[in-house]
Design a protein around this ligand. Structure first.
Ligand code: OKP
Ligand code: ZN
Length: 345
């Protein structure tokens, strides 16, 4: 399996996220990807490659031009407000909720931070734009490799992507890497593609991007949003709309879910993928379903990730794995590579 990894991911290194009224150290740290890369070097599965530039036209097909333009200039605008900001992340603190306007683009920087985001846990840093773009390129190149005939490929990057929507960041995500991979498979000839999101958290960004489209089935297994982040999307009654009606499937599961219950939901998910007639599969591969994850509530064990990989192989589709969450840093390499090794076995 070819892996595209992001050589500049560490340029995105947030300091603090807002939690219960305090700024606490970020969970989404550069070490995460370094551990996965180290594990891939210990247990090689194929070539480790770095991507060329991202496909800009495709970025503008998944994200809105005004959002991309905001991200491209956000850091410079932040530092222009106060030179002391050069050493301090930007976090949003005001948002347009129901009844407010989102068509107007305010001149005020804090207002635009809020317009294009939905939480205060996702710091924007000096290297965020560069790192996110290089990650997008990893996803695009991995998908092209699969479209070119490889059975599977892995896009290993951070920041993650599945919470990023057409015009918003949040949940540690800025550009939706899985959506870009899916779009690439379509552009390279697949008629229908499925995105299977196995991260602990609902992939609200991916769902929103494809919600009205019939060419992408989005399926997510995740902690029940009644109690789990992102709270405001990810319920079972969200089935897609307009042309996309029937092309979204949410499988929320309670805190404490173990692999037995989780695998039953996976079977349900894969049945939907088969019924949809997907010609390619993108897996949003978060391993924050691990029992030791510090911010999540499922109970998967390291060996369960081997079983997951084996099961995904039996789905029989060209598959692009896109790295998402997983915050038990010491185990994240073992768990993520177990999925890939299980797939290859
Ligand atoms: C990103 B991904 C924990 C707060 C949780 C956001 C979680 C984002 C998860 N103190 N905040 O899906 O792994
Ligand atoms: Zn997650």
């Amino acid at each position: 399996m070819h892996t595209y990894h992001n050589p500049i991911h560490a340029q995105h290194a947030g300091q603090k996220e807002m939690y219960r009224g305090h700024l606490v150290p970020c969970h989404e740290v550069p070490d995460r990807v370094d551990h996965v890369l180290a594990e891939l070097r210990r247990r090689p599965l194929g070539p480790l490659l770095t991507p060329a530039d991202p496909d800009e036209a495709q970025l503008a097909c998944i994200h809105t031009p005004r959002y991309l333009d905001f991200l491209a200039h956000a850091w410079d605008e932040w530092v222009a407000l106060d030179t002391a900001h050069a050493h301090q992340d930007a976090l949003p603190s005001v948002w347009p909720t129901r009844g407010f306007r989102s068509d107007v683009l305010p001149a005020n920087f804090a207002a635009r931070m809020g317009l294009f985001s939905y939480d205060a846990g996702t710091p924007l840093t000096a290297g965020t734009w560069a790192a996110a773009r290089a990650g997008a390129a990893c996803a695009q190149h991995a998908a092209r490799t699969v479209a070119g005939g490889e059975r599977a490929a892995f896009a290993l990057s951070r920041p993650p992507g599945h919470h990023a929507g057409p015009d918003f960041f949040g949940g540690y995500c800025f550009l939706n890497n899985a959506a870009l991979a899916a779009q690439t498979l379509l552009e390279q000839g697949a008629a229908r593609v499925a995105v299977l999101d196995v991260d602990y958290h609902h992939g609200n960004g991916t769902q929103t991007i494809f919600y009205q489209r019939a060419d992408v089935l989005t399926v997510s297994l995740h902690g029940d949003p009644h109690t789990e982040y992102p709270f405001f999307l990810g319920y079972a009654d969200e089935r897609g709309e307009a042309d996309g009606l029937g092309c979204n499937l949410n499988l929320p599961l309670p805190r404490g879910t173990d692999f037995t219950l989780w695998s039953a939901a996976l079977e349900h998910a894969l049945t939907a993928v088969t019924r949809f007639g997907a010609q390619g599969l993108v897996v949003s591969l978060g391993v924050d379903t691990f029992e030791g994850d510090p911010i999540s509530g499922f109970r998967l064990q390291s060996s369960d990730y081997l079983r997951l990989g084996e099961r995904l192989r039996h789905a029989g589709l060209p598959t692009v794995f896109v790295f998402e969450g997983g915050y038990a840093v010491a185990e994240v390499g073992l768990n993520a590579v177990n999925v890939l090794a299980g797939f290859e076995s």
